[in-house]
Design a protein around this ligand. Structure first.
Ligand code: HEC
Ligand code: HEC
Length: 319
């Protein structure tokens, strides 16, 4: 059979010739044309069924009423339905009970990763180990300022913490500061001298750091006898801490060490009280029912705090 397409002499051309090569005018293959018409048809069907034309504030809705948001919400509802019984059970358990229940513990830890990443990692680092020198406590070691029992950790998260060491600069002469810096360096490697210990005691450091300089949980005072530094083990930095203190509002160079309170109600109470005092308002006039209804403080629910407490506890340093 003579194939006209392949016999250039019998095919119409477009009249275009380049370097002696003629451009022929063969029709497109039928299968190709058919799929072109079909895809055109599909566009029209989609156009009618789904949201398509953008309007000023909205878009055409489509016969099916489908939207991405609806699909997302349906998926979310599915996840919530799986989580709801766990969340309800958690709400009624104490942190000790959660630790003792492997199934609930797994759930709490699993759902805490995002919570920790969103709320805590900015300061404490992903996984609870902050960058060195960032000024935040490491949550993965055995060294706790305020205690590593599950209750103490829960308390730290719910109520926040802010250790206070008054600036000692005005109470000590240069020589005494030097000797105390040396004392701190020496005791971090277990080599405190008697003279150093005597000065430490005479200057009242023991009242907060304890007679053995190992720190006092109630106050969150750092343990001075280990090589885990709350701020830094460099002599200049130790000197800075001693002279300017920690969270001492009267000293502009003081170290700032504030762990926010994450209990939402408590955070609101603190904020509203501080605002009222700043504005010279009468505290008894505050309508607490109204204030506590809002969630402006963007803190965590009690269940979230429990989850985070067991999460931090299992980092390895929990006691
Ligand atoms: C703005 C920074 C910041 C954020 C955010 C933050 N923390 Fe803290 N956290 C601190 C500081 C600073 C301390 C130490 C307070 C001190 O030295 O008195 C601390 C202390 C703690 C402690 C006590 C550690 C100890 O040694 O006793 C725990 C537990 C803790 N944080 C957990 C959390 C959790 C869980 C979150 C997230 C919900 C969180 N923190 C969010 C700054 C932060
Ligand atoms: C009123 C209580 C108080 C007194 C008095 C006090 N400290 Fe402190 N000190 C603290 C607290 C609390 C911290 C930890 C602050 C934090 O992490 O929030 C601290 C932290 C330190 C640190 C930082 C340790 C590190 O790991 O980086 C040094 C060093 C220190 N104190 C030395 C001294 C010396 C020396 C004296 C006596 C001259 C003294 N302190 C007196 C409460 C006190």
């Amino acid at each position: 059979m003579a194939d006209k397409k392949n016999n250039p002499a019998q095919v119409k051309d477009t009249g275009h010739v380049w370097d002696g090569i003629r451009e022929l005018d063969n029709p497109c293959p039928r299968w190709w044309l058919n799929s072109l018409w079909l895809s055109g048809l599909l566009v029209i069907v989609y156009f009618i069924l789904y949201p398509s034309l953008p309007l000023v504030n909205d878009s055409t809705k489509g016969l099916l009423g489908w939207t991405q948001i609806k699909e997302y919400k349906a998926d979310l509802a599915e996840v919530e339905a799986i989580r709801a019984p766990f969340e309800e059970t958690l709400a009624s358990m104490t942190v000790e009970e959660i630790l003792a229940d492997q199934k609930m513990l797994n759930y709490a830890i699993g759902s805490s990763k995002v919570l920790f990443g969103d709320n805590c990692a900015a300061c404490h680092g992903t996984g609870g180990a902050p960058a060195a020198g960032a000024g935040y406590p490491n949550l993965t070691d055995d060294d706790w300022l305020y205690g590593g029992s599950i209750d103490e950790i829960e308390m730290s998260i719910a109520k926040g913490r802010a250790g206070m060491m008054p600036a000692q600069g005005s109470l000590l002469n240069t020589e005494e500061v030097d000797q105390l810096v040396q004392f701190v360096v020496n005791s971090s490697v277990g080599k405190a001298t008697e003279a150093g210990m005597a000065l430490y005691t005479a200057k009242g450091c023991f009242a907060c750091h304890g007679a053995d300089a190992k720190g006092v949980k109630m106050m969150g005072s750092a343990n001075l006898t280990d090589r885990i530094w709350r701020f830094s083990g460099e002599e200049e930095q130790i000197r800075h801490t001693i002279i300017h203190g920690v969270n001492d509002g009267a000293d502009v160079e003081t170290r700032v060490a504030v762990m926010p309170a994450w209990n939402e109600k408590l955070a609101i109470v603190r904020q509203v009280t501080a605002d009222a005092i700043a504005d010279d308002e009468d505290l008894s006039e505050i309508d607490w029912d109204d204030e506590l209804e809002g969630d402006e403080a963007e803190r965590l629910t009690e269940t979230d705090i429990k989850k985070l407490a067991v999460y931090v506890h299992q980092f390895g340093g929990g006691q």
